[in-house]
Design a protein around this ligand. Structure first.
Ligand code: ADP
Ligand code: 5GP
Length: 214
């Protein structure tokens, strides 16, 4: 079986990555069979409305450190004063089953995953402007003023690293951005190598039924 693809999505916090991924999953791509969101581990406290096991695996420092010691992470990083990590278990068993996996991770994590798994595709989601990013962070209303200032302060550093990614999506219009993301994923799924098993089935059907032209 052809392995699934690994898609790494990064963006400055507040750009709309979570919204984009949720709309992608709700939009039926799951129904195509096989698109999984990798749920990261974090030491950050849950925001109102976030669910353990769905948005993140919320763990304490000691648990996170023991997972580092056990080499349970494909990558981990300290982002905005908290630890975040992608466990190997969220990724590799699915790829092996031919399921595509989406990672929502920061720029440092993306670099590490691309170094360890160069077949992955990096997709950088960019806010249309500084002003838009600032107003999205404020409107989201889930971070205090100090946290918003910290997130804005690192956004330039993050945006400058866009050239490490294969794709760039500017998240101006949410619907358009989600269509572009779906298009990238679907394009990969229709590569000839990936279609091989299905093509062979159809080919066998034709071989069984049709007689060669004389
Ligand atoms: P991220 O996951 O990148 O930190 P979120 O998905 O939480 O960002 O989005 C931050 C805020 O911006 C939310 O209030 C969301 O509703 C809003 N938002 C997301 N995409 C857009 C868009 N294209 N245009 C305007 N607002 C958006
Ligand atoms: P938030 O606290 O807003 O959910 O996420 C803050 C940042 O951490 C975002 O840039 C997000 O992409 C990143 N992040 C989430 N999970 C992981 C992870 O497993 N690894 C890394 N390196 N970054 C992550």
């Amino acid at each position: 079986m052809h392995p699934g693809e690994l898609f790494i999505l990064s963006a400055p916090s507040g750009t709309g990555k979570t919204t984009l991924i949720q709309s992608l999953m709700a939009g039926g791509l799951n129904g195509f069979g096989g698109l999984a969101f990798s749920v990261s581990h974090t030491t950050r406290k849950p925001r109102p409305g976030e669910m353990d096991g769905k948005d993140y695996h919320f763990v304490d420092q000691a648990t996170f450190q023991s997972m580092i010691a056990a080499d349970a992470f494909l990558e981990w990083a300290q982002v905005h004063d908290n630890y975040y990590g992608t466990s190997r278990d969220e990724v590799f068993p699915r790829l092996e089953k031919g399921i595509d996996v989406v990672l929502d991770i920061d720029v440092q994590g993306a670099e590490r995953v691309l170094a360890r798994y160069p077949q992955a595709y990096g997709i950088f989601i960019m806010p249309p402007s500084y002003e838009d990013l600032e107003s999205r962070l404020r409107r989201r209303g889930k971070d205090d003023a100090q946290a918003i200032a910290r997130r804005l302060a690192v956004s330039l550093w993050e945006i400058r690293r866009y050239d490490r990614y294969h794709y760039v999506i500017i998240n101006d219009d949410a619907r358009r951005a989600s269509e572009v993301l779906a298009a990238i994923i679907l394009e990969k799924r229709h590569r000839r190598e990936r279609m091989q098993a299905r093509v062979q089935e159809i080919l066998r059907d034709f071989q069984d039924r049709g007689s060669p032209p004389s």
